[in-house]
Design a protein around this ligand. Structure first.
Ligand code: SAM
Length: 310
């Protein structure tokens, strides 16, 4: 049980937050305690569900001056969990090294993180925690989803802009529903845990934040859900479909299909007239070979007139 935590303080003098690195430091002990409590619950839930070893392997992304880290170190020790951090700012690496000499802090860009290798070294899938830098939130999340494909990441409990969090958990037929909703709801069970006001950060960001929990479903279930579709192809179609929200799905896909079939208009027309719609280039190719990989979901008769936000 993580009890209330003392107000995190910034080291005097040198550690001024850098906007370019998305540094908004947590400065409220209650919020820190709430985030860590939720992280432990998320991680334990996925351990029980998916991991027979029962061990928690925590990784914090962007520890900064250590607002979460200072409480995570003793908490993880108590839980007998492994714990390491990834941080790009050398000032943070130095500071954390002084405060927690035995903590492993990888001094690197989180986008270069090799989660599958880290998971192999740790002996099983990782649980991620982080008050993420908002300028690369979705790239970080996509990388985690990809890693879950290799059984390297089981859960992620991370803060982000509230509006991004809303898009991740959005239901179909809402204006927030988009690529983030489709992808993350496919890869994970997603939960918006709670809203976080700007006042608990220093400096305060302009918008509200949210703590999001992702419980990745893992490779087996994901393969079932994708039923033969390649993840990258899926993203290509989703990008084509959602990028231009004012276009009909038909027109967005027409462009993509015209690229794939190098301008073969008849072929494009034939595919656009088919129902259910073959979802990706892979599925289209599979169909030609007589295999049936197409979407099984029933589409309304006028599906090509639908717009992504409907
Ligand atoms: N965890 C601290 C807290 O809650 O007070 C800091 C959170 S701050 C929102 C984001 C952290 O991510 C900063 O420490 C920043 O230096 C780090 N960061 C930004 N870009 C990064 C990147 N590309 N790779 C690794 N860390 C990064």
């Amino acid at each position: 049980e993580v009890k209330a935590v003392a107000t995190p303080t910034l080291p005097k003098g040198t550690f001024r937050p850098k906007q370019s690195l998305g540094q908004n430091f947590l400065r409220d002990g209650n919020t820190v305690a709430k985030i860590i409590r939720t992280f432990v619950a998320d991680a334990e839930k996925t351990i029980i569900e998916n991991d027979t070893s029962g061990k928690m392997r925590a990784v914090e992304l962007g520890p900064g001056a250590g607002a979460l880290t200072d409480t995570l170190v003793p908490t993880m020790e108590e839980l007998n969990a492994s714990f390491q951090c990834i941080e790009i700012d050398p000032r943070s690496v130095e500071l954390l090294g002084e405060k927690h000499p035995s903590l492993r802090v990888h001094h690197m860009d989180v986008m270069q993180a090799d989660y599958p290798t880290m998971a192999t070294e740790e002996g099983g899938p990782l649980s991620i925690i982080g008050n993420l830098p908002y300028y690369i939130t979705s790239q970080i999340l996509f990388a985690l989803a990809d890693a879950s494909h290799f059984n390297a990441v089981r859960s992620a409990t991370v803060t982000m802009q509230y509006e991004v969090g809303e898009r991740i958990v959005a239901k179909t037929c809402t204006k927030e529903y988009g690529i983030l909703s489709v992808v993350f709801q496919l890869y994970a069970d997603c939960k918006l845990h709670f809203k976080i006001p700007p006042t608990v950060f220093y400096p305060p960001p302009k918008v509200d934040s949210a703590l999001i929990g992702l419980h990745f479903v893992g490779p087996t279930k994901l393969r079932e859900r994708l039923s033969g579709i390649q993840p990258m192809e899926l993203r290509r179609v989703l990008t084509a479909t959602f990028q231009q929200r004012r276009k009909t799905v038909r027109n967005s896909l027409k462009k993509l299909l015209t690229d794939i079939y190098e301008g073969d208009k008849e072929k494009v027309q034939e595919i656009l007239n088919s129902k259910p719609l073959p979802l990706t280039a892979t599925t289209i190719k599979a169909r030609e070979n007589g295999d049936e990989f197409a979407l099984t979901q029933e589409l309304p008769d006028d599906w090509t007139k639908l717009r992504p936000e409907q």
